[in-house]
Design a protein around this ligand. Structure first.
Ligand SMILES: [Zn+2]
Length: 448
């Protein structure tokens, strides 16, 4: 193999999570604050209301104390004030810079109005820089071919990342999740990509369908690298093993910020690759008090755009709850690490115990192949409060006798209790009954 440098950006990536980087961040943070204050009406009025002016932000403490955190609810209020007119929203968000947009993406909007990700040329450069660092660390280099099987429509990892891949010098094959499993698989056979980008649930689904569509396992495609994002599956050891074994490929996890997992055999979380591009902080989800970025700290992630124009907002949160690790990763690569524990929107409270769906997914997947790994959380009332027991619908595995299910119920319930302190009520359903998703997976079924 060719001898390559360890990082795409040797100047910045060697400095990640160091005091030297803190200085780069501070300089960019102050400049960005000043720019937004001067040019973007929405931000100026927000900062003014909080008493945060460029003169009053002289230290990191000033910043943490004065600059308010933009929550999803506050964004919705702002959007409602603009009568949900996206053009007005973008003008307020970016000011004059909105005239220079080259692409827009947004959150999925499943829990209300979508939050936009506006990209002008500077934001696209930011996103390209992150994509380049991520691809390089995942062993995908300029000249390689990448099957793009994320949802292309409005997803930041969809069309925008295709533009970034082109800029990086790799070749994107933009089939997209919308085109369906058959096309993604058959075009992969035709174009022989080295890497594939998709959600973990889509990767799992492809591995289930490959035999039927290709007449061979999904490993026959000889894909070396799979880059997953959009949902937490790639960070769940059992899901990860399932995908890596089926494809005979290495799986990397991206998303919920500027992260990418490493190729250390045991999942270590995602390394944060962009200290100089976007500042990530943790805060307490209720009080918004800062949580120091220390090994093992947990909190709600807050982002401030440092490079680009305003791709991820300024002290904006999308409600991701993360655990961070600042100790060196055994893989030896730079960047503190984070694991996504869940989203504030998905939180369930069962007898005072806070729980997020990915934790349940992790436990269910420990029982593959006796279960398929597919399940739903059935809610009779709006979350977060759940009257116990939590109801789960779980698919049993192929070839499992109905008689064996009672014992399996006991085993899973015990394991849930041991590892996440809940005793769910399990209803068994036959394999392949639940809908499979090519884009984001829905783990919750509402009966209310
Ligand atoms: Zn690592």
């Amino acid at each position: 193999m060719e001898d390559r440098r360890p990082y795409w950006n040797m100047e910045m990536e060697t400095k990640l999570n160091t005091p030297g980087m803190k200085e780069v961040q501070w300089e960019r943070l102050r400049k960005k604050f000043g720019d937004l204050y001067e040019t973007a009406p929405f931000w100026k009025s927000r900062f003014d209301r909080a008493g945060a002016t460029p003169d009053s932000i002289k230290t990191w403490e000033d910043y943490a104390k004065r600059v308010p955190i933009l929550t999803k609810d506050q964004f919705r209020e702002f959007a409602a004030g603009c009568e949900f007119d996206m053009v007005k929203i973008l003008d307020g968000w970016m000011g004059e810079a909105a005239k220079g947009l080259v692409c827009v993406a947004s959150t999925s909007g499943t829990t209300g109005e979508p939050t936009p990700y506006p990209l002008d040329k500077a934001d696209l450069a930011l996103w390209t820089e992150y994509t380049a660092r991520l691809l390089w660390r995942s062993g995908v280099f300029p000249g390689d071919r990448i099957m793009q099987a994320f949802g292309l429509s409005m997803f930041l990892a969809g069309v925008p990342i295709c533009m970034c891949i082109a800029d990086y010098g790799a070749c994107t094959i933009p089939v997209g999740a919308e085109a369906g499993t058959e096309r993604v698989l058959s075009y992969s056979r035709l174009f022989k990509p080295k890497a594939m980008m998709c959600t973990p649930s889509f990767a799992e689904y492809m591995s289930e369908k490959a035999e039927e569509i290709l007449g061979a396992g999904v490993d026959s495609l000889n894909i070396e690298t799979i880059i997953c994002g959009g949902e937490p599956g790639a960070g769940i050891p059992e899901v990860r093993n399932k995908i890596e074994n089926a494809f005979n490929a290495k799986l990397f996890d991206m998303g919920a910020g500027l992260g990418c997992s490493c190729d250390y055999p045991e999942y270590q979380g995602m390394h944060w690759l962009g200290d100089d591009l976007v500042l990530m902080e943790l805060v307490n989800q209720d009080t918004h008090e800062p949580v120091p970025l220390e090994d093992g700290a947990t909190g709600m992630a807050v982002f401030s755009t440092l490079a680009g124009t305003n791709l991820l907002g300024f002290r904006q949160t999308l409600g991701d709850i993360m655990e961070v690790f600042t100790s060196p990763c055994p893989c030896g690569q730079t960047g503190f690490r984070y694991k996504v524990i869940g989203r504030t929107d998905d939180m369930l409270k069962i007898k005072g115990v806070m729980i997020y769906p990915p934790a349940i997914e992790g436990v269910v997947n420990r029982f593959v192949p006796r279960v398929t790994g597919e399940f739903r959380i059935v809610l009779d009332e709006p979350p977060p409060r759940v009257v116990p027991p939590l109801k789960l619908k779980v698919e049993y595995g192929e070839g499992i006798e109905e008689g064996a299910l009672e014992a399996l119920t006991d085993e899973i319930t015990e394991e849930m209790h041991r590892s996440i302190k809940i005793r769910p009520k399990i209803t068994w359903i036959p394999p392949k009954t639940l809908e499979r998703f090519v884009k984001k997976k829905k783990l919750i079924e509402k009966t209310y």
